[in-house]
Design a protein around this ligand. Structure first.
Ligand code: C2E
Ligand code: MG
Ligand code: MG
Ligand code: MG
Length: 288
């Protein structure tokens, strides 16, 4: 009897959990390998000023490039990397690569804005986070005011008083702070006004919802809330012209989304910057 129970248990494990566990283990191994072999790459998505249509910054988004050239999106490995702790090392690689790329673009006269890097919860709670960031900025020679960090409501709400302390230390360095995916987490309004933020990013889910009056009102409310707190507002996941038009009417400040561009490899983003510069030169030439 015990034997058959054991067999059942084994079968149960085999059917449902095993596949997941194997996939997880495979990804974990792949990430370990990837860290050693430098398979993590950073893509960049432009952020455009909604009024002038000019580039104001970009978000750095990690990608895993397989040896065969395939691209694995972070949605599939970041959650596991968070659990295994590998996110710490991956995050450091992303920060370093992003700062270095931006330093080069600045040197080439192609860019003078801010690069936004996502910080995971476990990175944010590292006791040596500020030292780590100082080191990367020093190594890459990127002035701190070219850096912005994106954190989520979940990250700062784990311990708001501690989060405020860390945020103040980062702000003291001239680093900008953005609340990412706003509206999807559980941040309280009481804390929102205490967090030393610069920017609030409206989650794509709200932008997708703007085809209804209720949805538009919601975005209107978030933009007003942000402006009342003197925060800059970024809409993420803008895909359509109609969304852009509504966001402009609602006085949103910056947009990010496929409407302008998908996240681009470093090489493609360089080309994008060069095109922007040419376009700009032409505009100036015409207006003279
Ligand atoms: P996020 O920080 O909210 O980044 C925005 C995501 O929306 C990106 O997905 C971007 O490609 C996608 N997106 C932007 N515009 C559009 C659009 O118009 N349509 C659609 N369908 N999608 C759009 P991605 O690159 O797959 O990243 C997913 C999430 O993974 C990020 O969400 C972030 O939470 C996390 N992530 C990415 N890179 C890093 C990283 O370096 N460190 C950490 N800790 N997390 C990261
Ligand atoms: Mg982000
Ligand atoms: Mg976001
Ligand atoms: Mg999002």
């Amino acid at each position: 009897h015990a034997k058959s129970e054991g067999a059942n248990r084994y079968l149960f494990f085999n059917d449902s959990m095993n596949k997941q566990a194997v996939k997880r283990l495979q990804l974990e191994n792949l990430m370990r390998h990837g860290l050693k072999e430098d398979y993590f790459s950073v893509y960049y998505q432009p952020k455009m000023d909604i009024v002038s249509g000019q580039l104001v910054g970009m978000e750095a988004l990690v990608r895993f490039i397989t040896p065969k050239g395939g691209v694995i999106s972070p949605a599939s490995f970041i959650p596991i990397a968070e659990e295994t702790g590998q996110i710490i090392e991956i995050g450091e690689v992303v920060l370093y690569k992003a700062c270095l790329a931006v330093k080069n673009w600045i040197n080439q006269g192609l860019f003078h804005g801010r690069v936004a890097v996502n910080l995971s919860s476990s990175q944010f709670s590292l006791p040596f986070l500020c030292d780590l960031i100082d080191d990367v900025l020093q190594q890459t020679e990127l002035p701190s005011y070219h850096l912005e960090l994106e954190i989520t409501e979940g990250t700062v709400m784990q311990s708001p008083p501690k989060a405020i302390e860390v945020m103040k230390k980062l702000r003291a360095r001239g680093i900008h702070l953005a609340m990412d995916d706003f509206g999807t987490g559980y941040s309280s309004l009481a804390y929102l006004k205490q967090f030393p933020l610069n920017t609030l990013k409206i989650d794509k889910a709200f932008i997708d919802d703007m085809n209804t009056a209720r949805g538009r009102n919601m975005v209107d409310t978030i933009v007003t809330l942000a402006h009342n707190l003197s925060l800059n507002v970024v809409a993420e996941g803008v895909e359509q012209e109609t969304q852009l038009a509504i966001l402009r009417k609602l006085r949103c400040d910056v947009i990010q989304g496929y409407y302008y561009s998908k996240p681009l490899s470093e090489e493609d983003f360089s080309k994008f910057l060069q095109e922007q510069k040419l376009k700009h030169a032409k505009l100036t030439a015409v207006s003279v």
